[in-house]
Design a protein around this ligand. Structure first.
Ligand code: AHR
Ligand code: AHR
Length: 481
């Protein structure tokens, strides 16, 4: 049985079931999600390999070969049509045209389930999905439950990486108008034990870890690579639970009265569903979502424990984030452009600006050094790499406002993540495309001889689709110096 078969047996059926990695009903063999490719704008649906099974990542890989792909729809598997699509503007505007949020890369979160490859939903700041017209969700003080499987190592302190019940108009309509899972290190409202990240409940104008408005030390720091997070609410009572999605059982972090603040009892839930954002379309958070459901009725602990056993049996595991020609940690490299304009130009830096310059074996030593980079283990994720400046040790290539710059490592989490890149096979068939770990829709691109992390279409000039594949493909050579 799948998670939603288990919830149905417990008398608390799923009213929404979302996953890009697997079917959440035993007999589900419909579309799990839709991707759109950059080359021609065409879309296709990704379904399980067989009823109840793991997503057919091979369909996506062939459809997206030599181009980029975005996740456009995360389908609802319950038959209610509660699909998640690109979130519209609300209290906050997203970065895309007309204030819409970004869509997630279809390849940002590769995993395996029982050895079979699948892709999760990698949410960078600015990315969000939503459905403001949900059928069957809890409203007012009605009971509901939900769980989600997240990447417990991908988070930040921004507002708010959420999955769950939110406002139907994308605005902050007041305390108690949301009931959603939150995961991250925000301390603007509540917090738990240790330094986080924590699973908390976003109940609107507050992230709650228990009955106290601020800290509740019963809510532990959790950083399992695969994390099961559980939230449920019924009149006068709610609970937060969690555990390792790859082994073992759930723990109860809180079960008791509604928080000690006005507006949260009774609740005033509105019934929309959000993923990756706050109720008012706050877009500062990051995280990764693999699967999740919302139920009608308050699930028993026993039902949730059986769902956890089902998740563990799905055997989530990590897989490689890189492909293409090997770029070895410890080596010194240079990067040659492959666009026909520019095949004698190499990535170099002038002060903090990363650009391309013509470099040859007879160039000056200083220019050769400016165009050479030492490959380091990824500062923000050891499965990827970082590039230290040859002439300025301790300084690395990182993105800032989506421009590539060379900056001294300041030791912060955001620096480490901005300086982490996952090389892939070059999109034009040559060399490597160097994709940002933290914004996997974006890769190193030269545009007017300056480097940025660019998406294949988007609001910046450097996001132009013209020559995209060539501009993001670099031949990696031994370093000039
Ligand atoms: O409750 C925390 C956040 O506060 C909500 O997600 C958002 O709507 C508001 O800004
Ligand atoms: O480059 C995008 C973001 O801009 C970086 O993550 C951050 O450091 C800066 O605000």
């Amino acid at each position: 049985a799948g998670p939603c078969d288990i919830y149905a047996s417990g008398g608390t059926p799923c009213i929404a079931a979302h996953s890009t990695t697997r079917a959440l009903f035993d007999n589900f063999n419909g579309a799990l999600y839709q991707v759109q490719r950059g080359s021609d704008g065409a879309t296709t649906n990704i379904s399980p390999r067989s009823a109840g099974g793991v997503a057919n990542a091979g369909t996506q890989d062939s459809f997206c070969a030599n181009t980029t792909c975005l996740i456009t729809i995360i389908y609802d598997q319950t038959g209610r049509g509660n699909h998640l699509t690109q979130a519209p503007p609300g209290g906050f505007r997203g970065p895309e045209a007309n204030g819409y949020d970004n869509l997630a890369s279809a390849t940002g979160a590769p995993v395996t389930l029982n050895g079979q490859k699948a892709y999760g939903v990698f949410i960078s700041p600015g990315t969000g999905y939503r459905n403001n017209r949900v059928s069957g969700s809890a409203t007012g003080d009605q009971s509901e439950g939900m769980y989600a499987v997240f990447d417990g190592t991908h988070y930040n302190g921004g507002c708010c990486f959420d999955y769950g019940n939110a406002e139907t108009n994308s605005l902050d309509t007041g305390n108690g108008h949301m009931e959603a899972l939150y995961f991250g290190t925000s301390t603007s409202w509540g917090s738990g034990a240790g330094s986080g990240p924590w699973v908390m409940a976003d109940l609107e104008n507050g992230l709650f870890s228990g009955v106290n408005v601020k800290q509740n030390t019963g809510d532990p720091t959790v950083n399992y690579r695969f994390l099961t997070a559980v939230l449920k609410g019924q009149p006068g009572n709610w609970a937060l639970r969690g555990g390792n999605a790859a082994s073992g059982s759930l723990s109860t972090y809180y079960n008791g009265a509604r928080p000690n603040a006005s507006g949260y009892n009774p609740m005033k839930k509105e019934g929309a569903i959000i993923l990756g954002i706050g109720g008012d379309n706050s877009i500062s958070a990051q995280g990764t979502f693999y699967e999740g459901v919302m139920t009608s009725g308050y699930p028993s602990d026993a039902t949730e424990n059986a769902v956890q056993a089902n998740i563990v049996a799905a055997k989530y595991a990590t897989t490689s984030l890189i492909s293409g020609p090997t770029i070895s940690v410890g080596s010194t490299v240079s990067f040659r452009a492959t666009t026909s304009c520019c095949t004698t130009r190499y990535i170099a830096h002038t002060g903090s600006t990363v650009n391309t310059q013509v470099v040859t074996s007879s160039s000056s030593t200083s220019l050769k050094q400016q165009a050479s980079w030492t490959v380091r283990t990824g500062l923000g994720n050891s499965a990827c790499v970082s590039f230290e400046s040859r002439d300025t040790p301790g300084s690395y290539i990182r993105h800032y406002d989506f421009n590539l710059v060379v900056n001294a490592n300041d030791g912060t989490k955001v620096f480490a993540e901005d300086a982490t890149f996952c090389p892939k096979a070059g999109l034009n068939g040559q060399g490597n495309t160097i994709t940002s770990w933290s914004y996997p829709t974006r890769s190193w691109r030269h545009y007017n001889d300056v480097l940025s992390i660019a998406s294949n279409g988007g609001v910046h000039t450097f996001d132009s689709t013209s020559l995209y594949n060539d501009d993001v493909s670099f031949i990696v050579t031994p370093g000039f110096a």
